[in-house]
Design a protein. Structure first.
Lengths: 543, 263
């Protein structure tokens, strides 16, 4: 291993400099010729056999030396006829020539691998050059001293309007305007091996006080080592593969006021050790503290005719919200098969809503719902297999702790038709089957349902995509259809459209009575969403 | 004294030698050129580079993307690369990890930081446009000799440089092309120009590379690659800058974990 301390067009200048360096820092030096586009050059190489040669070189005024590995037996392949072509009148030491040979392997990018030397390209241009005078550029985004070192803020504002087709069961408003702001602070140091990120989020809703809320999505420090990553702080973690529901994904609490589809999550405090092995990645999570699920208020949509008393939430754990939960996950891929095996032990994120009656003279006067949070043990598996245009997906869980242990699964596929009908676009066809072992006593959606969907990516400059999915309840024959589409407007604006429609369900008489009627009807799983059909338009402005 | 027979046998030898010299078929010559071009591009080990993409529609309206790429040479297989988007802002931090393979499909994963999700891309999607540009995924993935069959067509001067013109036909039937015509300069074996023919055998796109610079004394890289779509009259320019080689990247910089944390 050698350090290159500079290059000269004149061989004797190179030898003089080599001798000077040898004397000054008492190191072995040599001169090696190479042909480059800049012509024939003579490199001064300093043996790296003693430590800290670089600082020694800097002390004698040679900055930006870079390391090269050459075999000691390697002889410069320089044809004598080429030598003869280059007159020895090129500028001497220290003047960077007309460089096209910039961007050498700079010092802080050291590898033990061989740098090709000497070169065999024959060039006609002639000039001396001195890479030592080239300062390493400061725009290293990936690692090393970088622009991102300094940290930076980025923010976006979302202007949203939700329009509902009908007033809600409790005669709630049809139009719901809202504004949200999300910022991100991100910085790295220690050659990118330490990362800090802070992502606060806030929403103001024009109708629903409960939907006006703030959350820290991320406040995290990540340390990267050779065989592990340690991630501490508030984070978001996603597990799973299927489209229609996410059974395996249990780490973060759902931000239920954000979106009824459950895709938005609240930040979760944790310490996560990610251990990288040849046989996959093992993630161990210590989840510190519990985030309660939030619910839309009486003015919000989808509306509940009952007050949900989140303040009176009941926990199975005596530690309540302060119980430490644990999770572990192993992910690996073998060829075209990817799979994850996970276990979660802790307070389940989904509450059971238990009615509580207030009585006057022994007669029920009013009813409120109290969220009950049980301790669950959930083992999950998620996998996908790629076969040409087909992606087969499966998720399955077994959960104990909420009544008797039960199993649930989602299996399906997505087939992608690339460049369909000679267009630029890709059409994805999605089909999934949703199963829940609890049957009728299970959730409204996902007991015995089929999801059919199409995804179209236009592959245009605006990255326009649309996803249409219909969920069919096989027992009640009700349909829930959702549409999601988005496109870019210029460099800093994005528009998204979302719509949701329930069809083929029973009528609901307005008011509390109608709601109770629907709840007691086993063939009306989705009727409570009947009046909640909406279209949502959001404009996101990236500041 | 040279007899008549000797003159005849000399002529015969000349003919045999001439025949032997041309015994290399056009296919063999095409392959030899491709192999030489591949050999000349070996030994770059790893690199980091910044990339600006300028997309133009038929009316000349532009949209831009700013990307960062890091790549790792994998001698026995295709290369590994990690691409991160800085603009447009809605996809800021989105990363694409690619493991190219000499044979079979490339493996690709997309990190969507807003969703905290890493999605594997169905690998047959090689003919699809890369982020709405005129470059298909297969145009940007590592160009391995094994991915095509070759035929030398002719020698031709291209913009003042002596060049070979070879035809290459993709082996993968999921490719968007039936064939490509490639101009390779005789001195340095750089890909100067590529004509892409679609499945209907008509000229689809032309790629022109210019502003070649030499790195590591041996690796040539263009500063600009322009792809023009003859059928839609759309075009995409790739402007490469801040090339840095031998930066010390390893396999560990090309994992799903490193994809997830890159922003």
């Amino acid at each position: 291993m050698y350090w290159s301390a500079g290059s000269y067009s004149k061989q004797d200048s190179a030898h003089r400099e080599a001798a000077r360096i040898a004397d000054a820092i008492n190191a072995e030096t040599r001169v090696q010729a190479a042909l480059t586009k800049a012509g024939l050059i003579h490199r001064v190489l300093v043996s790296a056999s003693q430590p800290d040669v670089k600082s020694a070189l800097e002390n004698i005024g040679i900055k930006g030396a870079w390391r090269v590995r050459i075999e000691t037996s390697a002889q410069p392949v320089v044809d004598n006829s080429e030598l003869a072509k280059i007159p020895d009148d090129a500028p001497s030491h220290g003047q960077p020539g007309q460089l096209e040979v910039t961007q050498y392997s700079l010092e802080n990018a050291v590898t033990g691998r061989s740098t090709p030397l000497p070169a065999t390209n024959t060039m006609t241009a002639k000039s001396s050059y001195n890479p030592a005078s080239l300062s390493p550029d400061n725009s290293n985004f990936f690692s090393g001293p970088s622009v991102q070192n300094k940290g930076r803020w980025r923010s976006d504002i979302g202007f949203e309007h939700r329009a509902f087709q009908n007033p809600g069961l409790l005669n709630t408003e049809k139009n719901h305007p809202s504004v949200s702001l999300q910022s991100e602070y991100y910085r790295t140091w220690n050659d990118g091996d330490d990362i800090f990120a802070f992502v606060p989020f806030v929403r103001f809703d024009g109708q629903d006080k409960r939907r006006s809320h703030a959350d820290i999505r991320e406040l995290t420090w990540v340390h990267v080592a050779d065989s592990y990553e340690l991630r501490s702080g508030i984070r978001k973690v996603f597990w799973g593969v299927t489209e229609s529901q996410h059974l395996v994904d249990v780490i973060n609490q759902t931000d239920a006021v954000e979106n009824p589809d459950g895709e938005e999550k609240l930040g979760q405090p944790m310490i996560n050790l990610s251990w990288l092995r040849s046989w996959g990645v093992v993630d161990i999570y210590w989840l510190m503290g519990f985030r309660e699920r939030n619910f839309s208020g009486r003015q919000g949509r989808p509306g509940f005719p009952f007050q949900i008393e989140t303040d009176d939430a009941v926990y199975e754990s005596s530690a309540g919200q302060y119980r430490g939960d644990f999770a572990i996950r192993w992910v690996h891929s073998i060829g075209d098969l990817e799979f994850g095996l996970s276990h979660f032990s802790g307070t389940g994120r989904e509450p059971t809503l238990v009615p509580r009656f207030t009585r006057a003279n022994g007669i029920p006067e009013s009813v409120v719902l109290i969220p009950h949070y049980n301790i669950i043990e959930q083992t999950g598996i998620d996998s996908q297999y790629f076969l040409g245009d087909w992606t087969f997906k499966a998720e399955a869980i077994s959960r104990g702790g909420q009544g008797i242990r039960y199993e649930a699964a989602t299996v399906g596929f997505e087939k992608t038709l690339v460049g369909i009908a000679g267009s630029r676009g890709d059409l994805g066809l999605i089909a999934e089957y949703l199963y829940d072992g609890r049957g009728a006593s299970g959730p409204a959606l996902g007991q015995d349902d089929i999801a059919l969907g199409v995804r179209y990516s236009f592959n245009d400059a605006a990255a326009t995509t649309a996803l249409l999915v219909t969920l069919i309840d096989r027992e009640s024959h009700e349909y829930l259809t959702t549409l999601e589409a988005s496109s870019r407007l210029g460099e800093r604006l994005k528009i998204t459209i979302e719509a949701s429609l329930v069809s083929n369900t029973r009528r609901v008489t307005p008011g509390l009575l109608g709601f109770l009627e629907v709840l007691s009807d086993p063939h009306a799983d989705l009727a409570f969403l009947r009046n909640e059909d909406f279209i949502k338009l959001e404009l996101i402005w990236y500041l | 004294m040279i007899g008549k027979n000797n003159v005849l046998s000399l002529c015969f030898i000349c003919i045999v030698v001439a025949t032997m010299a041309s015994a290399e078929t056009a296919d063999e010559k095409g392959l030899a050129i491709a192999i030489e071009a591949d050999l000349r591009d070996q030994g770059w080990i790893d690199n980091m580079v910044e990339l600006q993409m300028i997309l133009r529609n038929a009316k000349g309206n532009e949209s831009k993307r700013q990307l960062r790429l890091r790549s790792l040479e994998v001698p026995e297989d295709g290369d590994k690369s990690l691409t991160i988007f800085d603009t447009p802002r809605d996809i800021k931090g989105t990363g694409l990890l690619t493991f190219s393979h000499k044979q079979g499909d490339d493996d690709q994963w997309l990190n969507l930081p807003a969703l905290k999700r890493v999605k594997r891309i169905a690998s047959k999607n090689k003919s699809g446009p890369f982020v709405g540009s005129e470059f298909a995924f297969e145009d940007l993935s590592s160009q391995e000799v094994e991915k095509y069959t070759y035929q030398w067509l002719r020698d031709e001067n291209y913009e003042g440089q002596a060049a070979y013109v070879i035809e290459r036909r993709p082996i993968d039937r999921n490719s968007g092309y039936t064939r490509q015509e490639v101009w390779i300069d005789k001195e340095h074996y750089r890909l100067l120009k590529v004509d892409y023919y679609d499945r209907k055998q008509s000229l689809l796109k032309t790629l022109k590379s210019s502003g070649f610079k030499l790195y590591l004394d041996k690796i040539w890289r263009p500063e600009k690659m322009s792809m023009y779509n003859h059928q839609t009259r759309k075009s995409t320019d790739l402007l490469w800058r801040e090339y840095r080689f031998n930066t010390g990247l390893t396999d560990k910089d090309f994992t799903r974990n490193s994809l997830q944390r890159a922003r």
